[in-house]
Design a protein around this ligand. Structure first.
Ligand SMILES: Nc1ncnc2c1ncn2[C@@H]1O[C@H](COP(=O)(O)OP(=O)(O)OP(=O)(O)O)[C@@H](O)[C@H]1O
Length: 230
C-alpha cells in the first residue's frame, strides 16, 4: 500500500512560489487501478513524478509498504525507481533500433528475469511481433510493447502517464483493458494519469485534481470491466 499524507510541492520561479501540489493525501492499494484526472496544469505530472521517485516533495510523508520514500537518499530513490516502479508514457519511449523483444529484455534484465521477456509480450497479445522494430508497429502495438516492458520489471507500482493520449478511441479501450488486467495482479498498484474524464468509469478509484489540490476522491465499487477486449 502506498499512502501520501499532506504532500506539497512548491516550485520557486524567480521570486514567485508555484504551489504545484498542495496537501495531497490518498492511498493506492495493490490490485487496484487508480485514475488520476485533471485538466492541464492541475498537478498530474508533478504527482506522478513524485510517485515515481523522479522528484521529491517539498514536504509531507509518502509511505510505501512501511518505507518512507520522501526520506530516501539519492541512491535509495534510484533503487526505489528501479525496483518498484514501472513506467508507461504517452509516446512509448521505445528504443528505435531494438526489436520489441529486445526492448522488453533490457528492462527484464534489470530484475534478472529476461528469460521471461517473450511471455510478457505474449501477455499483451504481441506473440507475433517479437522481432519487429518500433517503426514497424502501430501506435497501439508500441504501447503494448511499452506495457510489456514495464511489467517485465514486476513493478509494485505501475505508473501510466496519458497512455492513450496518442491513440484512437478503439485502441485506447484495448490499452485500458490491459491496464485493468495488470491491476488484477495482487502485488501491483496501477495508476493512470489522464485529462480525459471518459476513463474514470474504468478505475477502482478516481482522484480528481484541480489547481494542485485534490478536489475529490471517489471509490468506484463497480467499475466498467473491459475484460476480453485486450
Ligand atoms: N519545474 C517546474 N518549475 C516551475 N513550475 C512548474 C514546474 N513543473 C510544473 N510547474 C507548474 O506546476 C503546475 C502543475 O504542473 P503539472 O505539469 O504537474 O500539471 P499537469 O496537470 O501535469 O499538466 P499537463 O496536463 O499540461 O501536463 C503548473 O502551474 C506548472 O506550470
Amino acid at each position: 500500500m502506498i499512502s501520501f499524507k499532506d504532500v506539497n510541492k512548491i516550485y520557486q520561479v524567480g521570486d514567485q512560489e508555484v504551489h504545484a501540489l498542495s496537501q495531497a493525501s490518498f492511498t493506492l492499494e495493490k490490485g487496484k487501478l487508480t485514475i488520476i484526472l485533471g485538466p492541464s496544469g492541475s498537478g498530474k505530472s508533478t504527482l506522478l513524478n513524485i510517485l515515481g521517485g523522479m522528484d521529491r516533495p517539498t514536504n509531507g510523508t509518502i509511505d510505501f509498504d512501511g518505507e518512507q520514500v520522501a526520506q530516501l537518499s539519492d541512491t535509495g530513490l534510484t533503487n526505489y525507481r528501479r525496483q518498484k516502479v514501472g513506467f508507461v508514457f504517452q509516446f512509448y519511449n521505445l528504443i528505435p533500433n531494438l526489436t520489441a523483444l529486445e526492448n522488453v529484455a533490457i528492462a527484464a534484465k534489470l530484475n534478472g528475469n529476461d528469460a521471461q521477456s517473450e511471455s510478457y509480450l505474449e501477455q499483451v497479445g504481441l506473440r507475433h511481433r517479437l522481432n519487429n522494430f518500433p517503426n514497424q508497429l502501430s501506435g497501439g502495438e508500441m504501447q503494448r510493447v511499452s506495457i510489456a516492458r514495464a511489467l517485465a520489471k514486476k513493478p509494485q507500482l505501475l505508473l501510466c502517464d496519458e497512455p492513450t493520449g496518442a491513440l484512437d478511441s478503439k485502441t485506447s479501450l484495448k490499452i485500458m483493458a490491459l491496464l485493468q488486467q495488470a491491476a488484477q495482479n495482487p502485488n501491483t498498484s496501477v495508476v493512470m494519469v489522464t485529462h480525459n474524464p471518459t476513463f474514470e468509469q474504468y478505475g477502482d478509484q478516481v482522484i480528481r485534481l484541480k489547481d494542485g489540490v485534490i478536489d475529490r476522491i471517489d471509490d468506484n465499487h463497480s467499475p466498467v470491466k473491459l475484460e476480453g477486449l485486450a
